[in-house]
Design a protein around this ligand. Structure first.
Ligand code: SAM
Length: 465
């Protein structure tokens, strides 16, 4: 079937109209929408608008529970771990919310390939297998050739058993040709935050900059997918515009990609605006309090049940723990958000794009996750076995993903403990993994995990289904 070729167009007036129509929903309405959501029946834009207006505490609580159940059904108790790697803070843009904005005067730099290797070795020593490559936008000082070379360098850098197995890339909107070249390098997800779907706000917060072209930015995933990239990761910077508007924007954008390419967002990130150099948070009228943020994450989970949701160290350990119950499936750990940040951190200096709020080491994050009953996962197997894009979504929608992901996640956890844990952690992980493996219905898969414990201890690595 010939799919249509139009680029996405977010209908601003339509969103405002839906938000108006959805005001003051009746209890019966909300209960019916939540019933549909619980059964994973399709809910409409108007349904989502109504959920966004819920105020009654008992309905909010019911919605939290349903989102938690959806998350459990689709993702189980796995939590995927990753870290960002900032390679260049050159930026021609002047985004009002960002510490890298061009009017901030500081010594800018991009890492040499040698420096990238050093950063990667530190990340590998922490146990990371999955990175998000980050850079400011500067077609001269940080061109596509540099990004492509950096990707090669990262994939080629080993530290004992450490190896980066998936690089997700978060660079500015670019051309089909550049996306094609990124795809040829074997990137994981191409990530780009929309920042805001509200075109008027978008233009205000990106004054006089390359990034200020709303249409070019919003249609980037159309170009990326035309170029063959199958996994794209969206995000909104919460705090810039009305969060209710943003949720509908995300949902409409996702539906557009589903319609055009057969698959929507692989992930959605939910960053909240943080303090940064030269950024006065008091000038942003839509900063989200914790309660509203929880509702927003919950409604996104309900609206797009099969899309992974990512939370960064912009949030505190406590908030991250709460949001895992509401729908988050991936978190970063041990992050530095500055160029050369990992080495700088070891030396005790700090050069961040924005302030982080969870300073725990990956080891601590792993221990806390296990204590709360989650399986920390370094798995990258889907992408390496070709389970990407539409194929991944088919598996996710059949809810058979546990059969593959749980054994793989448990295996990567053991691998982490063997390589980076002490005796105590290894013993704790082994006990936890055996308990978790016992809950796998398919006994062959349970055996796969148990055998992997021995194989990994005997020196084998990188085992997956
Ligand atoms: N240059 C790329 C682009 O234009 O998309 C990469 C973006 S940057 C390295 C990653 C993200 O950090 C941005 O998309 C933005 O949402 C987020 N960010 C910028 N300033 C922030 C702040 N003060 N607080 C929280 N997040 C921020």
């Amino acid at each position: 079937m010939e799919r249509f070729k139009e680029h996405v167009k977010i209908d601003r007036e339509k969103i405002f109209q839906l938000l108006e129509e959805g005001k003051n929903p009746s209890r019966e309405d909300i209960l019916e929408i939540l019933r549909k959501a619980e059964n994973k029946e399709k809910i409409t834009h108007l349904d989502i608008a109504k959920l966004l207006h819920i105020e009654d505490a008992d309905l909010v609580e019911k919605m939290f529970q349903i989102a938690g159940k959806i998350k459990k059904d689709v993702y189980g108790n796995r939590v995927v771990l990753f870290a960002p790697l900032y390679i260049s803070d050159f930026c021609v843009n002047n985004c009002v919310y960002c510490g890298y904005k061009r009017e901030n005067k500081f010594h800018r730099r991009r890492l040499t390939m040698e420096e990238i290797k050093k950063e990667v070795m530190i990340l590998e020593e922490m146990g990371h297998k999955r990175l998000a490559l980050e850079a400011g936008e500067d077609p001269v000082n940080c061109d596509i050739e540099y990004i492509l070379e950096a990707i090669d360098t990262i994939y080629d850098t080993y530290n004992k058993n450490g190896k980066i197995r998936r690089i997700n890339v978060n660079i500015a909107a670019t051309t089909v040709e550049n996306y094609r070249r990124l795809n040829e390098k074997g990137i994981g997800t191409y990530i780009l935050f929309q920042e805001t779907y509200d075109e008027e706000v978008y233009k205000k917060v990106h004054p006089k900059c390359l990034k200020g072209n709303y249409d070019y930015h919003t249609t980037s995933f159309d170009r990326a997918m035309e170029a063959g990239i199958e996994d794209v990761g969206a995000g909104v910077l919460f705090g810039l515009a009305d969060p209710k508007f943003e949720v509908l924007g995300l949902v409409m954008h996702n539906e557009h990609l589903e319609k055009r390419f057969g698959v929507g967002f692989h992930t959605i990130s939910v960053p909240r605006l943080r303090p940064a150099e030269g950024v006065n948070l008091e000038t942003f009228p839509y900063l989200l309090d914790d309660e509203t943020f929880k509702k927003i994450v919950t409604i996104i989970r309900i609206a797009v049940p099969y899309t992974g949701m990512i939370l960064s160290t912009r949030e505190t350990a406590e908030m991250r723990e709460i949001l895992l119950q509401h729908g988050i499936s991936q978190v970063s750990a041990g992050s530095c958000t500055g160029v050369g940040g990992y080495e700088e951190h070891i030396k005790g200096r700090n050069v961040n794009q924005f302030a982080t709020a969870d300073e725990r080491s990956p080891k601590q994050v792993i221990e806390d996750l296990m204590a709360a009953g989650y399986i920390p996962s370094y798995c990258t197997s889907c992408y390496r076995t070709g389970r990407v894009g539409e194929k991944f979504m088919e598996i996710a929608k059949s809810e058979k993903i546990h059969n593959l992901c749980k054994p793989n996640a448990l295996t990567t956890l053991v691998e982490y403990a063997v390589d980076y844990g002490d005796k105590e952690l290894l013993a704790k992980v082994e006990k936890f993994v055996k308990e978790q493996a016992a809950t796998i219905e398919n006994k062959k898969l349970e055996q796969f995990v148990l055998k992997n414990i021995d194989k990994l201890k005997a020196g084998e690595r990188d085992l997956y289904l």
